[in-house]
Design a protein around this ligand. Structure first.
Ligand code: ZN
Length: 258
């Protein structure tokens, strides 16, 4: 959906009702590049402004892994990053550490191994190495899994699905020496078998691709997220946190099921 249309609807949409918890989704934090049509990149200065606002906003900033317990959830915000771009370490981590904001980084083992795809433009952006990931874990950030090869999990054969989910967890845990309890579905796409595979592999929760705030009854294996993108100005960021964009999730569902 066109950016201007989204922004206009969000201005008309009512603020969401209070309660529930929100999981922010970020991708790359770096200078804009030509051809980033999904606006996956956010300028470091813009990200710093968003985090500075968040730190003094009154929202409770909690580790993602804490929001599954109901007591910690209401009114809480968790910060997450997908894909493990190297720039997250360079530009997001210093800001998060300075402000004391916890975050979860969802990593794909094939990207950590140095694989660079040529199919999608963002696959060619530099990713963290295993050493970088170890540095993240040592700094106290949570490591989550984002599959072994970043394949779309919906519709995969059972053995391949199990490998994507289980091998990634095992490799991250063995090599980084930290428990990996959360999962983020590649491309935000999941189906029932994928959700069952994630639960069966011993994860506690998983983030799906739909936009929105999480309110009871909560399905721990298809949590909603609030994606922040490179075209968001601070006012858009604040409106996303306050629920003015939550209608997007209903629209995404309608499109998916249509
Ligand atoms: Zn991804």
């Amino acid at each position: 959906m066109r950016r201007l249309l989204k922004r206009s609807i969000s201005r008309l949409a009512l603020r969401g009702r209070p309660g529930g918890f929100r999981i922010l989704l970020y991708h790359s934090i770096d200078r804009a590049v030509a051809g980033d049509r999904l606006a996956l990149r956010i300028a470091p200065g813009e990200f710093a402004r968003q985090m500075a606002w968040l730190a003094t906003s009154g929202y409770r900033l909690v580790p993602l892994e804490a929001v599954v317990s109901a007591a910690a959830a209401d009114g809480a915000v968790a910060v997450t990053f997908d894909d493990g771009y190297r720039d997250q370490l360079d530009h997001a981590v210093p800001v998060l550490r300075h402000l004391g904001i916890p975050a979860t980084f969802f990593l794909t083992t094939r990207f950590l191994d140095g694989w660079t795809g040529r199919g999608r433009y963002w696959e060619a952006w530099p990713h963290m190495s295993w050493q970088d990931a170890a540095e993240l874990a040592r700094a106290g950030f949570a490591i989550g899994a984002h599959s072994a090869t970043h394949a779309v999990l919906a519709g995969l054969a059972a053995t391949r699905l199990a490998e994507e989910v289980r091998d990634c967890k095992k490799a991250l845990e063995d090599r980084l020496g930290t428990r990996v309890s959360s999962f983020s579905y590649p491309h935000g796409v999941c189906d029932r078998p994928a959700m069952r595979a994630v639960e069966g592999a011993g994860y506690d929760l998983a983030c799906a691709g739909l936009f929105g705030v999480n309110r009871p009854p909560i399905d721990r294996f298809s949590l909603l997220r609030t994606e922040i993108d490179g075209a968001d100005r601070l006012a858009d960021f604040v409106r996303k946190l306050r629920g003015h964009y939550d209608w997007l999730g209903r629209w995404q569902r309608w499109r998916r099921d249509a």
